[in-house]
Design a binder for this molecule. Structure first.
Ligand code: 5GP
Length: 138
């Protein structure tokens, strides 16, 4: 399947569309999900142009997992929860709505989380969570 360069996460990577960023390195970016399933729901994306995990290079996958590990630790501290869920959807038939590889880090249990990509959150509230996550990353 060909990669869609106009998907929203590709635009975020190119700086054409904004996000509430909590972390960035050479190969990944982490930012707040605008329709969070729980307070502190953070997305980790690869900077590489890949739609699903099998299409991502091993190097890109390793970089994503390293960032996911950092974000899990940070959201547990920032949101004061004992656990976090990692969710990663491959293909629209699996429920993937943005065709660019990403990992969801959802504080707490998926069993008590809200529906997927359903309800927009207040941007100021998200910024508050982002500040706490950034502080917990330091
Ligand atoms: P997927 O369904 O592809 O696994 O997840 C895509 C996620 O991206 C959803 O949780 C959705 O809320 C989030 N999302 C969709 N559009 C945007 C956007 O423009 N900015 C941010 N920060 N998140 C988005």
């Amino acid at each position: 399947m060909s990669y869609d360069n106009e998907n929203i996460f590709a635009k975020i990577i190119r700086g054409e569309f904004g996000c509430i960023k909590v972390y960035e390195d050479e190969k990944t970016i982490a930012f707040m999900d605008i329709m969070p399933q729980a307070d502190g729901h953070t997305l980790v994306i690869a900077k590489e142009s890949a739609e699903t995990l099998p299409e991502l290079s091993d190097d890109g996958a390793a970089a994503c997992i390293q960032t996911v590990k950092k974000i899990i630790n940070a959201v547990k501290i920032a949101m004061n929860v004992p656990a976090a869920t990692v969710l990663q959807l491959n293909g629209s038939e699996a429920g993937q709505t943005v065709p660019h590889i990403h990992f969801h880090v959802i504080p707490g249990s998926i069993l008590s989380a809200k529906s997927h990509a359903r309800e927009m959150a207040d941007q100021e509230v998200l910024k508050g969570f982002a500040e706490k996550i950034i502080a917990a990353l330091d």
